[in-house]
Design a protein around this ligand. Sequence first.
Ligand code: COA
Length: 190
Amino acid sequence: MRIEQLDPAVLEETQYVASELFPWEHEHNTALLAALFPEAHAGFLEERRLNAARFWTARFENRVVGLAGLYDYRGMPSDVWLSWYGLLPAARGRGHGGRLLDWVIRTARTEGRTVLRLWTTVEDEYRLAIQLYEKRGFAAEEYPPLPGESWRTIVMSLGLTGATPIPWQSVADRPALCGRVAPVAEAKVA
Ligand SMILES: CC(C)(COP(=O)(O)OP(=O)(O)OC[C@H]1O[C@@H](n2cnc3c(N)ncnc32)[C@H](O)[C@@H]1OP(=O)(O)O)[C@@H](O)C(=O)NCCC(=O)NCCS
């Protein structure tokens, strides 16, 4: 597996992979475009309070089989958020997902970030991903379902410098979770 920065030549293929992985979401389409053409998608970045969205692709024999993004929120220069991470089913179960995640963790650490965070939901399809995050040392903060949703959201945080990260719930003026309403109810630190 090769991990490469998103290239315009594979934009459509990567959008296809993202829509296979997250068929009920649409934000990844715009986020992938914004990573390549930030000026043309300044409205999206502004609305999401992002400085930048960046993506990498996982490729086999030149085919895109997976992706991982990093979101840089404004006013949070020490934190970076993993977004739209996954591999097509045929590429799973052979250690590649773990390697892609390790690569993202190394990248964030090399950039001098203090915390890598992500949000996900407590649903069967993300069970393996959540286990993998926990194996890598991410700590989970669990929230009650957001209005109109029956599933719970969790925010997971990994300290990159050896220090325990500030729980996301304690961060003042928290940005929305990739466009979702930021949970404001009390969190339980798992
Ligand atoms: C999460 C995901 C990227 C993992 O990719 P993968 O290539 O299957 O992962 P790996 O083969 O590296 O396995 C990761 C760990 O899970 C374990 N694992 C993998 N498949 C497993 C299975 N079917 N049953 C039990 N454990 C399994 C492995 O033992 C491994 O543990 P280790 O790191 O201690 O060896 C992949 O499952 C995926 O794309 N899921 C759908 C999208 C998704 O959930 N994205 C995250 C959204 S928050």
